[in-house]
Design a protein around this ligand. Structure first.
Ligand code: SF4
Length: 179
């Protein structure tokens, strides 16, 4: 069961989107430099179809994107709820911030596409997850490498549109630049 620790409407996490970011507790990744250790706890209200619908009825008119922040302990459940949103709220894009280095169905992706524990954008499009999401962020948080906006980061934010997967890069001025 996924649990929602809290949520907020944000503009930085997904470029050019007003995002309802839903923080999911019970994080199984446990990055050593984690900045949100409270999300390691098993706390919050169940996140299911009913609670997603309540959130969407309350905030759907104000947002352009619904983003699952975490949920790595139960990725199939994240996928299931993403498909629920896709089927019921057509105008809203869907994102997932995952701490994984690869997608849960990486075994279904050609092994030749996997290099140094990471999947390149072209191969990601074969994943079931890329059919369900418009944005996926992959990569754990490594303190010395920094987050998405660090030039050294191990993390990647992918945009999926029309079956094509591109990496969103961030310029030195912190402006997103799609490749
Ligand atoms: S993925 Fe890493 S940084 Fe994010 S909540 Fe989990 S342990 Fe913390």
């Amino acid at each position: 069961m996924l649990k929602c620790f809290n949520y907020d409407i944000v503009c930085q996490e997904i470029p050019d989107e007003v995002t309802l970011a839903v923080n999911i507790s019970g994080c199984s990744v446990k990055c050593p430099g984690c900045h949100s250790k409270w999300l390691w706890e098993d706390r919050g209200d169940e996140l299911n179809e009913e609670t997603v619908r309540i959130l969407m009825n309350r905030y759907g008119a104000d947002i352009t994107c619904f983003c699952f922040m975490g949920g790595d302990a139960e990725p199939a459940e994240v996928l299931r709820l993403a498909n629920f949103i896709r089927a019921n709220f057509h105008s809203v894009k869907i994102g997932w911030y995952s701490g994984r280095s690869t997608l849960p169905d990486a075994d279904n992706v050609q092994s030749s596409c996997i290099s140094i524990g990471f999947i390149d954008a072209g191969c990601l499009s074969k994943s079931l997850y890329c059919k369900a999401f418009d944005y996926i962020k992959l990569g754990s948080y490594v303190e010395e490498l920094g987050g998405l906006r660090s030039a050294k980061t191990n993390q990647r934010l992918f945009k999926i549109s029309g079956g094509a997967v591109t990496v969103i890069k961030f310029s030195e001025k912190n402006i997103p630049v799609s490749e």
